[in-house]
Design a protein around this ligand. Sequence first.
Ligand code: HEM
Length: 107
Amino acid sequence: DADLAAKGEKVFRKCKSCHQLGEGAKNRSGPVLTGIMDNPAAAVDGFKYSKALKSAAEGGLIWNETELAAFLAKPKAYLKGTKMSFAGLRKETDQAAVIEYLKSFEE
Ligand code: HEM
């Protein structure tokens, strides 16, 4: 849905201080998010993840819509010990929109 992705681009402003996407994207304080949707967690080369996210990944965590919406809603509640210092996206519409935007950056 193009409208939802456009809304998601605006929501992504909240993420840009830490995350890059698309051509030339580099890891910053957060990992590159290109191709993140429906792929395994903690898999970006060269990024130093928290133990919490690494063990969730070892347990098989895949960033599908359900898991990512839950993480984005309240990162520290969803994943105790994560180093993503972000309060969260309270509105479900914002979660859905940013997820739609991320989907448009598949590798
Ligand atoms: C991890 C998305 C905001 C810092 C992640 C991951 C996703 C994500 C999908 C998991 C990446 C992976 O498994 O490879 C988002 C979105 C945001 C946002 C959509 C905005 C709505 C932020 C902000 C910061 C940040 C503002 C910095 C203050 C991090 C860090 C990690 C991470 C450090 C690694 C977490 C860990 O190792 O526990 N983010 N993020 N993120 N993010 Fe964000």
